[in-house]
Design a protein around this ligand. Sequence first.
Ligand code: FES
Ligand SMILES: [Fe+2]
Length: 332
Amino acid sequence: MRNLDPVHYTSPDIHRADIDSIFARSWQLIGPASRLRQRGDYIATEIAGQKVFVRQTRDGIRAFRNVCRHRGARLLPEGTGRCNTIRCPYHQWVWGEDGSLLNVPWWGDDPDFEMSDWALDTVEWDIWRGLLFVAIDPAQSLEAQLGDTIPELADEPLETFQWTCEEVLTFDANWKIYTDNFVEGYHIPGIHPEFHAAIDFDAFSTTAHDGLVRMTAPPKQGLFYRGKWLWMWPNWTLSLFEGGMNTSRINPIDHRRTELIYNFYFADTSPETSEARAKTIADNLQVVREDFEVCLETQKNYESGGYRPGPLSPRHEQGVKYFQDRLRAVSD
Ligand code: FES
Ligand SMILES: [Fe+2]
């Protein structure tokens, strides 16, 4: 069992192939469907480097490319918001909520121009357990992609948790270096000493299943985590903590820069618990940030040509092997 060759983490060409064959072909976690509560509410984001938006309409959710059919301007600003109409900021074309073109101002005489030819391009969307996913050209259904994640979380009351906030963190390393790091607990003693002190590390267990890597450890007193961390193919995570959970999307910006889009959910969102919730979020993100330096330094060593693939631990790096085997299967 050997680690992947460093070229997989450093080559812009391989990164481009990852985007086309993995990110554009899989379901990407956008966030809680509950953020699209009212008609006109939207989330605009990027998946596989392409701009998309998801919007609540009179007829339910619709998802489109966030790309004007005229000369390609971005229609809605990234982030969340509410809008009555979809009006391109560039030349003011207007689309209805079903994506059909409604108004083309100041166009001039043009007998060949048909409004019906210029509807917005759609993308696919789906919801699982309150989580909203979008896909450009999915290779399989969301359920098939989730695989064993579905039974793994069947008994967890995900729907009772309310979304409270989104936090975005960025760092300078390839998304696969961060993923290799996420799917093993082997580094916990070295990189997260406080977290290490709060779990029974001797009982840390990592197992790979269809579509996910599952890590568990019995928590000792005072740990905010519930002792279960999940990573799902190809790029999202879900961690349960006392009274809530977080999810993250590991989103590549380029071959050596990555953003993590974290969302936090709690069972109790009353004002009395706001301090405790803020501390839980800060503690979670602190553990996440502790991984950045080692990822950055590993990226540099991979880029330097000074690293040859080393061995993977049969006890602690089954998740790394699973992730890398899935990568190999895509590129073969
Ligand atoms: S690019 Fe959108 S109206 Fe021209
Ligand atoms: Fe870590």
